[in-house]
Design a protein around this ligand. Structure first.
Ligand SMILES: Cc1cc2nc3c(=O)[nH]c(=O)nc-3n(C[C@H](O)[C@H](O)[C@H](O)COP(=O)(O)OP(=O)(O)OC[C@H]3O[C@@H](n4cnc5c(N)ncnc54)[C@H](O)[C@@H]3O)c2cc1C
Length: 207
């Protein structure tokens, strides 16, 4: 996958890729909103969009409005209980091997474009040794920092970390990068405005 990244394997879908896959079959891995939005986008260009979904429905992971749009798109096809197990190609993607979890069968299909939409990387390695993060790199805040009721190591204040506060007093985290956040624009904006109140509170107590 790494070797073919940008040469048929993509982790985002822009107009450039859409034009290059005109009248082709496009494969999308994932069953959540980003995969659904990408499927709708590529369905305007590709001959056929095939969504490869590990689960057996979209209901638990995708917004209903998007499910309804996908159902009405004549060229989007969904393969449930499937996973890509291998990609093939010398200098660019030529085919993908797909397994069906129900039967265990593996089929190899020609493919020039494979788009992966299965979760996000917080990319917070640069924070190493500063604020506490979970094992996937998302920043811990507020109650999530308390382990068995104990405050984070190095926390010197007589109060618990406030709702959006990290393990360093006066440092706040909001939006997608925060562990446990709702991954939506409105939530990120809302958390940001709430954090401002916490900043004022914090500053008013700093002598
Ligand atoms: C395909 C897709 C579709 C989506 N559709 C919807 C939707 O329809 N409705 C909805 O509400 N939400 C949607 N979302 C979710 C929404 O985009 C996010 O919840 C929202 O953008 C989170 O905002 P944020 O500010 O926390 O993070 P981001 O928007 O990711 O902003 C973080 C910013 O920080 C920058 N950055 C990262 N590291 C550094 C660094 N070290 N130094 C400086 N800058 C840095 C990044 O470049 C980025 O600009 C979608 C997400 C995706 C991926």
């Amino acid at each position: 996958m790494d070797r073919l990244q940008g040469a048929g394997v993509y982790y985002g879908g822009t107009a450039t890729e859409a034009i290059s896959c005109r009248d082709e079959d496009v494969y999308i891995i994932g069953g959540a909103n980003s995969a659904g939005q990408a499927a709708m986008f590529f369905s305007q260009y590709a001959k056929r969009v095939v969504m490869l979904v590990r689960g057996d429905s979209l209901a638990a992971t995708m917004s209903q409005y998007l499910i309804e749009q996908i159902q009405t798109a004549h060229n989007i096809h969904i393969e449930y209980r499937t996973r890509v197990v291998e990609v093939h190609g010398e200098n660019r993607l030529e085919s993908v091997s797909i397994t069906c979890d129900l039967t265990g069968d593996i089929i190899r299909v020609p493919a020039n474009s494979l788009f992966v939409f299965i979760g996000a990387e917080p990319r917070t390695a640069w924070l190493d040794g500063t604020v506490e993060r979970n094992e996937r790199g998302f920043i811990l805040t507020g109650p999530d920092l308390l382990k068995s009721g104990k405050r984070p190591i190095g926390w010197m204040l007589e109060r618990d970390p406030s709702l959006l506060e990290t393990s360093i007093p006066g440092v706040f985290a909001v939006g997608d990068v925060r562990y446990g956040s709702v991954k939506r624009v409105a939530s990120g904006v809302g958390e940001g405005s709430v954090a401002i109140q916490f900043v004022h509170q914090y500053l008013s107590n700093v002598s």
